[in-house]
Design a protein around this ligand. Structure first.
Ligand code: GLA
Length: 723
């Protein structure tokens, strides 16, 4: 049985005739709460205006938590009903709302939902008396925000009639070699229509396949059409299904999961960071990351006193007592040859001199994380070779804590984690690091036990277990902070945990998680944070990736070795935030954008998927040493957005060797040829520059003033520009 992976055609699949929809893009808005605000007759002309696409924090209501109301005014022409086949129900799509909502149409409740990460789509009968056909209507939404981001967000908030096309879905599935188009009929009758499929080379527009087919699908069944027989090559598959009764259409246009990173050579090569930070006297644990035909033999010249290297595993361990910079030479050999590279250990007070790289349980397992699930991803990280590219942290997120402390006030792990020390020793013996999660509040975001008023106990327990990384998540500290939104209040719980961590006899990387409140990037270093989340939680959609990734425009001013802005964890591979995982909904090009942008941003790279189920595409995506080297560059700069032309952006990062990594991102839905002039991106010093394609690991040539590249929709060209 070949394993099919489904790429849900979210962005690329849309129903035509969308022009009949009524958009809900802008509303009247007021903070506070009053039940009269739901009424059609209420006069909101004095209220402010707000867009439904982004939280109110991004629209002049910073720091506001509590109730607020949106009021959308619109006319509802009966022509939209007449033009539909079914004519029986109206869809009111409100996107996502942070956190809870109650939605009223002309004063009548039409739906309510609790929880910030859930799409609101309410359906009401077309003859519901609340609907005023051919007249003015108001949808009023009462929103409760309990903390962090607040209000409506997402895209495509609209009103439309439900129709037969809503009962039909079309998606692309891939196995290792082939693609298939699958049409599913969830309508209670047989559906019919015309399917047109084409397979082309998006770079040259050469057509490989063109199929036109009359399709009929019985109720509840699937229709499957195989297409494109080498999906590791970059091909564009386009499918259009036109339902025969309504002539409404579903459209998909998507790239194959094409592979860019060349396979590693049999010759030894040393990868990963070139610098490592440790405090005097703290245990050093560093595994030399290297590829090449196995077995490899490891050695270190000028190894500082107090450290040892294991020749078979490449694990450097021990302690260094005195502060200073220790420069050594790493050597890795096999029968094919020998590789050598300079490496520095900086003994001082700054940890994480390059962004942490590893795995975190949240984006895949959510609160269902267990020892078995952690071990299985850790083992796969080793077995599939990710460890050889510098991936080293294994971090348990929320869900490991027992609800009550022991008699001495110590936190204990729940039955899913019978022995943290055993897990920790196993990870360390394999050259991996161990991370954990807590909240400064009494409860974590998932409702588990937090560290409030037990910070010293917890830091001491973490040190006893051999923890190397703590993600410290604001969550219920919101209730402690109450209405006090002063900077000091936001800093306080992090300063308390900082002091507790600094008392321990081992190094614990401190990851602040409070969603960017009070511009945490401006003060995260004061509480000794090594990284700080700059936004709310990411999810595996282009909208989420785009709004988070491309909004990191000021953070570079504060980023330096040991102080990293964190736009949240990676959303590639099998994700799901619970027991049921699904393949990321990002297209292959969006995933290349994700890893390129996170590398340019010097973001912590925490894989958020089940590594044991890693497919070839995702493994290839996470194993490109030249791309990873941009992220791990020892200079520790973060990329700047140097051009923003709306449909495309250019981000540039200065590297230690004097060269620059440049990401040319196509934010539009179509292929674009983008030309950049070195002057426009502040690379003025010399005219002619050498350009290397980092994903393909290939020199492209010398470019005098201009560099042009054809970039896929939502995709990237990532280059290194060398003077
Ligand atoms: C918050 C964080 C997530 C995750 C969950 C755990 O939402 O932002 O990254 O840690 O809490 O409950």
């Amino acid at each position: 049985m070949k394993k099919w992976i489904t790429l849900l055609a979210t962005i690329c699949s849309f129903h035509l005739f969308a022009q009949q929809d009524i958009k809900l893009e802008e509303a009247k808005f007021k903070t506070g709460d009053n039940s009269n605000w739901k009424e059609l007759s209420f006069d909101d002309s004095q209220w402010g205006n707000i867009k439904s696409s982004a939280n109110w924090e991004f629209q002049s209501y910073p720091d506001y938590n509590g109730y607020a109301w949106y009021r959308f005014h619109f006319k509802l022409p009966s022509s939209i009903k007449d033009k539909s086949l079914w004519k029986d129900s109206l869809r009111i799509a409100l996107g996502k709302i942070d956190d809870d909502d109650e939605a009223y149409l002309n004063g009548i409740l039409i739906g309510k939902t609790q929880g910030w990460n859930i799409f609101r789509e309410y359906h009401i009968a077309a003859n519901n008396p609340a609907i005023l056909w051919d007249a003015d209507n108001v949808i009023a939404i009462r929103v409760l925000d309990t903390g962090g981001g607040g209000g409506m967000y997402g895209k495509d908030q609209h009103i439309s009639m439900m129709d037969i096309i809503d009962g039909i879905s079309m998606k692309l599935q891939f196995n290792a070699t082939e693609a298939a188009i699958v049409i599913h009929n969830s309508v209670s009758k047989k559906i019919e229509g015309k399917l047109i499929v084409s397979v082309t080379d998006p770079e040259t527009n050469k057509v490989f396949e063109n199929v036109i087919k009359q399709v009929s699908v019985k109720a509840g069944e699937n229709f499957l059409l195989k297409t494109a027989n080498d999906v590791s090559k970059k091909l564009l598959i386009t499918a259009n299904f036109e339902e025969s009764l309504t002539h409404k259409t579903i459209h998909i246009s998507q790239s194959t999961p094409y592979i860019l990173t060349p396979a590693p050579s049999a010759f030894p090569k040393i990868n990963g960071a070139t610098v490592f930070g440790v405090r005097p006297g703290s245990p050093v644990l560093y595994k030399i990351a290297a590829t090449g035909e196995k077995p490899l033999q490891y050695a270190v010249e000028n190894l500082p006193e107090g450290l040892k290297v294991d020749a078979a595993t490449g694990i450097i361990a021990g302690t260094i007592k005195l502060p200073g910079t220790y420069t050594m030479k790493l050597k890795v050999k096999n029968p094919k040859g020998i590789a050598a590279r300079t490496f520095k250990i900086k003994v001082g007070d700054v940890l994480a001199l390059t962004p942490p790289m590893g795995w975190n349980s949240w984006n895949c397992w959510g609160l269902s994380v267990s020892t078995e699930k952690v071990e299985s991803s850790a083992k796969a990280l080793i077995d599939k070779g990710l460890i050889n590219h510098g991936w080293s942290f294994i971090n348990i997120d929320d869900g490991w804590e027992e609800p009550t402390r022991d008699a001495d006030g110590n936190v204990i792990s729940n039955s899913k984690f019978p022995d943290m020390k055993v897990l920790s020793d196993w990870l360390h013996n394999n050259g991996l690091k161990f991370g954990i999660y807590s909240s400064p509040g009494p409860k974590t975001c998932g409702g588990y036990l937090g560290s409030y008023q037990h910070e010293i106990n917890d830091a001491t327990t973490y040190a006893k277990w051999g923890i190397d990384y703590l993600k410290y998540d604001w969550c219920s500290y919101e209730n402690i902070a109450g209405k006090d939104t002063s900077l000091a209040t936001y800093q306080k719980p992090y300063a308390i945990m900082r002091d507790a961590l600094l008392k321990q006899n081992r190094d614990i990387v401190f990851s602040l998680c409070q969603y960017g409140m009070k511009n945490v990037w401006e003060w995260g270093d004061k509480v000794n944070g090594n990284c700080w989340r700059t936004t709310g939680d990411i999810e595996d959609t282009w909208e989420s990736l785009k709004s988070i990734g491309f909004s990191q425009t000021v953070q570079h001013k504060y980023t330096k070795p040991g102080r990293w802005s964190d736009p949240d964890m990676l959303i590639v591979g099998q994700v799901g935030w619970g027991e049921n995982l699904h393949p990321t909904r990002l297209t292959p090009d969006e995933q290349y954008t994700h890893i390129s942008l996170w590398s340019l941003l010097s973001a912590p790279l925490l894989i958020g998927c089940d590594i044991s189920k890693l497919d070839d595409f995702t493994l290839n995506l996470l194993s490109n040493d030249e791309v990873i080297a941009v992220n791990q560059d020892a200079l520790g700069k973060e990329a700047k957005q140097i051009l923003n032309k709306g449909s495309y952006q250019v981000w540039i990062k200065e590297l230690e060797d004097g060269s620059h990594a440049v990401g040319i991102f196509n934010l539009s839905d179509n292929y674009q040829t983008i030309q950049i002039n070195w002057n426009d991106i502040d690379l003025k010093k010399a005219n002619a520059k050498k350009v290397r394609d980092l994903w393909r690991q290939k020199d492209l040539g010398i470019y005098k003033n201009l560099f042009g590249t054809k970039v896929a929709p939502h995709g990237v060209t990532l280059i290194k520009v060398i003077d």
